[in-house]
Unconditional design. Structure first.
Length: 185
């Protein structure tokens, strides 16, 4: 709740992407759960998945879709996200960039491949390796397992990718999710 309350403060209604990630670590340290100088909040939530819940609802909610046709789902979801104001980043494994760009173009959308950290177009296809430091109003993550498999520290890369959204995050996959993202039973 502390995170939600912070991001709802004006003028930080855009998500306050720089300060907000620090708040959960501060709260956990205050409550004696983590030692602040040695802690990372993602380590705590990785080991305590029952503590992770979504507080966003409506058009700012987290979404995820297991699909049979990734191309169709990506085009449909990108078009839906373009109905909202702001930028849309379609983030995928680097090897999938050309194919997803073709898919979005064939659907009548106007994607551009982001090739550096400069400000991009309204709809950007972003190689996962370039996602660090970027923010998008909406993020569509395609095949998280491919991002993880692409490099030895793939889970770290996926964490960065999943934290690029200011308002909306959607995950689309046909392949099974990495075990770390799979629902716990």
């Amino acid at each position: 709740m502390a995170h939600l309350n912070l991001v709802l403060i004006d003028p930080f209604s855009d998500g306050n992407g720089r300060t907000a990630p620090c708040l959960p670590t501060l709260v956990l340290a205050r409550d004696g759960v983590l030692a602040p100088q040695l802690s990372r909040v993602e380590e705590y939530f990785g080991a305590n998945t029952e503590a992770v819940t979504s507080v966003r609802h409506g058009d700012r909610a987290l979404g995820g879709h297991g699909v049979s046709s990734v191309d169709d789902a990506v085009a449909e979801e990108a078009e839906r996200l373009l109905d909202f104001e702001g930028s849309v980043g379609v983030i995928c494994a680097d090897v999938a960039v050309d194919g997803l760009t073709e898919t979005l173009s064939a659907a009548g959308l106007d994607p551009e491949v982001l090739t550096d950290a400069a400000a991009g177009p309204r709809l950007s296809v972003v190689p996962a390796t370039l996602a660090k430091g970027l923010e998008f109003d909406s993020v569509l993550v395609v095949e998280p397992a491919d991002i993880v498999a692409a490099e030895p520290r793939g889970l770290n890369r996926l964490y960065v990718v999943l934290t690029r959204a200011v308002s909306r995050l959607v995950v689309i996959h046909a392949d099974p999710l990495p075990a770390e993202l799979a629902p716990r039973r």
